[in-house]
Design a protein around this ligand. Structure first.
Ligand code: ASP
Length: 306
């Protein structure tokens, strides 16, 4: 089986001056994941690596660079899923760690549970020997400025951020990755700081299985980004992989899932998909989507699609 990796760095209106950062950040993440796959590594290791790198890149709304909630704090959500066993590891509203995807992987592999939230998730990170960090380490100037701007907009509505003409300039992007390895195993992962100015305790689609990500070796894998409250209502990633089960190609499945979301909820967002034959695709109904993927020769292509 020819391995494949596709990653995303969010779907929304991506400001021109940040295009290079998005292209660069998704490109190096896809390249690092590809190196793992090309050496015979697993899809799980590949997506964890790609997501960790984008969590460490302040360009994206995940790990360092996460958006601030309504009290000025960072609460992060992440998921990783193994398409071979359907095992899931996820964290929600976790604070003070740099790489939520790594914590999600520990939850998947070292516990009988699938999803840990808040303080319990952070304590488990500490137990697993992960480094805890101060919130200041995750907080970037851009997000402090955004937070102060949103404090002046009492009628700010989360959905506006993902509309074709967002009222809030330069929203940041969740990160996602889907891979298939040489053994035909599929993995998917998503990580985010969530929606800017969200209520404390708000959990979006990202850590919810089937919504923010899904992986099943018999159909395919997917990772979503966009307006979480819309994505979860149509269980976007499972909708896409079910469409593959019903005979659609990866591209048709991605297009179909985004269409269903818009028709049923009016929501905006995007999705990346890899099917069980190694075909990669993406679809979105936002002005832009940042994506990078490997071709059959192992070359990485990164684009801001509009
Ligand atoms: N889907 C994420 C959320 O609603 C945000 C994003 O994808 O940018 O938390």
């Amino acid at each position: 089986m020819q391995p494949k990796i596709i990653v995303h760095g969010g779907a929304w209106k991506i400001a021109e001056e940040t295009h290079a950062d998005h292209i660069g950040g998704t490109h190096v993440a896809a390249e690092a994941a590809w190196d793992i796959l090309a050496r015979g590594g697993t899809a799980l290791d590949a997506v964890e690596k790609a997501i960790s790198m984008m969590e460490n890149d302040p360009t994206f709304d995940a790990g360092v660079g996460s958006v601030l909630n309504r009290t000025g704090s960072i609460e992060m959500d992440a998921i990783i899923m193994d398409g071979k066993t359907l095992a899931i590891g996820a964290v929600a509203a976790v604070r003070g760690i740099t790489n939520p995807v790594q914590l999600a992987r520990h939850i998947m592999q070292d516990t009988d549970h699938s999803l840990l939230v808040g303080e319990g998730a952070r304590r488990f990170a500490e137990l697993r020997g992960m480094r805890l960090c101060a919130e200041a380490e995750l907080t970037v100037e851009r997000e402090i400025i955004r937070f102060k701007r949103l404090q002046q907009k009492p009628d700010y509505h989360l959905l506006d951020e993902f509309a074709p003409t967002p009222i809030e300039p330069d929203p940041q992007g969740t990160v996602g990755a889907v891979a298939i390895d040489a053994a035909g195993n599929i993995a998917a992962s998503t990580s985010t700081g969530g929606a800017a100015y969200k209520l404390p305790g708000r959990v979006g689609d990202s850590p919810l299985v089937g919504s923010g990500a899904y992986a099943d070796n018999t159909t395919g894998g997917a990772s979503a980004t966009g307006h979480g409250e819309s994505i979860m209502r149509v269980v976007l990633c499972k909708t896409a992989t079910d469409a593959i089960a019903h005979g659609k190609t990866a591209q048709e499945a991605a297009d179909y899932a985004v269409k269903v979301m818009f028709e049923r909820t009016g929501g905006y967002g995007g999705i990346i998909v890899v099917d069980h034959q190694g075909e990669a695709a993406f679809a979105y109904n936002t002005p832009h989507m940042a994506v990078a993927w490997s071709d059959d020769a192992g070359n990485i292509h990164a684009r801001i699609k509009s």
